[in-house]
Design a protein around this ligand. Structure first.
Ligand SMILES: Cc1ncc(COP(=O)(O)O)c(C=O)c1O
Length: 377
């Protein structure tokens, strides 16, 4: 069996499992705002999707994205999810021999994109109390060389949920400028953060900011997002983008409707997912060996450290999977810290989290007996 087929079947089975409790991909499973659903129904009704959307996105959407991000003077390129903007930026900007710097843990796909383009990847470890679970500017500065072309910062960090301060962001931006490097600021989770700062405010010329609708609005499967940057950089990226025939029309209509109701709709999502974080913290605190190193998380997920619990993260994921719940193993994010933690999403209804919490003690017991390293993705 091809590795591709194995990986795909794994996700296909998850996707087609009725009533699966999805806590593994930071997706948002709250009911959509009615206006968003209606916008999609209207789109289907008019069948406007016979035509291609404009190549950089519907103008209304581009404006709303920039307004929401607070980057009114920048330029937005609508993409098929934030990941496509990351792919395009990494593949276009990284050249053979260039250096790409990021954190460990962080998000694995841009690392794969940069490697595929021939870049050398440097992952600075940040998991552990000795690092305070974050990147210190002096450690970034120490990693920079004359080959540094791209610095990729996930902030809030997935999986850790830390969010950098304005001072740290200013320092990172200064280091990138000094190196003449692009700073890719992956802000996929900023809507869930307490006080997030955009690096683009300090280094507009070469900062690329990602924008996602998957997490705050809950339309991951619709694949729409954006990459935002200085006009000249975005213009260069727009010369040969993978989605030059425009992004999905239905998804863009949903995104526009979502941004129009965000102010009324989203605060309750945030309140509920933070309360879910507290529920999980209370449940795991009662189990010896488990800990939550970052709380509250600035993302819609939490990390549970299992290093002292005498079990493998994969075994715990398997034990939950056998009970109808998907959570994520550390190995998805990091080779170095793969034995340390699992990650659990929190933008889900309370009954899902109550079920998770109720099953935690027995899942831990089962996982101790399993000791599987499993082939999870
Ligand atoms: C850090 C990070 N960036 C980007 C993405 C992809 O976002 P999108 O669904 O908008 O492509 C994810 C998805 O999990 C992510 O965790």
């Amino acid at each position: 069996m091809l590795e591709l087929d194995r990986r795909n079947s794994y996700f296909d089975e998850l996707f087609n499992t009725p009533d699966l409790i999805w806590l593994g991909q930071n997706t948002n499973h709250f009911a959509l705002p009615p206006a968003v659903k209606q916008a999609m129904l209207d789109c289907i009704e008019t069948e406007e999707f016979h035509a291609y959307a404009p190549p950089a996105g519907l103008e209304a959407l581009r404006e709303l994205i920039l307004a929401d991000a607070g980057l009114a003077h920048a330029t937005a390129l609508v993409t098929d999810g934030a990941i496509e903007g990351l792919y395009h930026a990494c593949r276009t900007l990284a050249r053979p021999g260039d250096q790409f710097i990021t954190t460990d843990p962080g998000w694995k796909w841009p690392i794969a994109f940069a490697r595929d383009a021939g870049a050398t990847v440097v992952e600075i470890p940040i998991y552990g109390a000795e690092y305070d679970y974050r990147l210190q500017p002096e450690r970034l500065a120490a990693a920079v060389t004359e080959k540094t072309r791209l610095i990729y910062l996930v902030d809030p960090n997935n999986p850790l949920g830390i969010c950098y301060t304005a001072g740290e962001i200013e320092a990172f931006a200064g280091i990138a400028r000094e190196a003449g490097a692009y700073l890719i600021h992956d802000c996929t989770y900023w809507h869930f953060a307490d006080g997030h700062t955009l690096a683009a405010n300090f280094y507009p010329e070469k900062t690329l900011t990602t924008y996602s609708f998957s997490k705050w609005l809950g339309i991951a499967g619709l694949r729409v997002g954006a990459i935002i940057g200085d006009g000249a950089v975005i213009e260069a990226l727009a010369e040969a983008p993978p989605n030059n025939l425009g992004s999905n029309v239905l998804s863009q209509r949903a995104a526009i409707a979502g941004l129009k109701v965000k102010k009324e709709w989203f605060p309750d999502v945030q309140r509920r997912q933070r309360a879910n974080q507290a529920r999980i913290k209370a449940a795991i605190s009662a189990i010896p060996g488990l800990a939550m190193p970052v709380y509250p998380s600035n993302g819609n997920f939490v990390v549970v450290d299992v290093a002292d619990a005498g079990l493998r993260p994969e075994s715990l994921c398997d034990a939950f999977r056998d009970r109808g719940i998907m959570i994520r193993q550390a190995a998805y994010h990091t080779e170095r810290f793969r034995d340390k933690f699992v990650k659990i999403s929190t933008t889900v209804t309370e009954d899902w989290i109550e079920r998770l919490c109720a099953l935690f003690p027995e899942a831990v017991e089962t996982a101790r007996g399993l000791n599987r390293d499993g082939s999870l993705y």
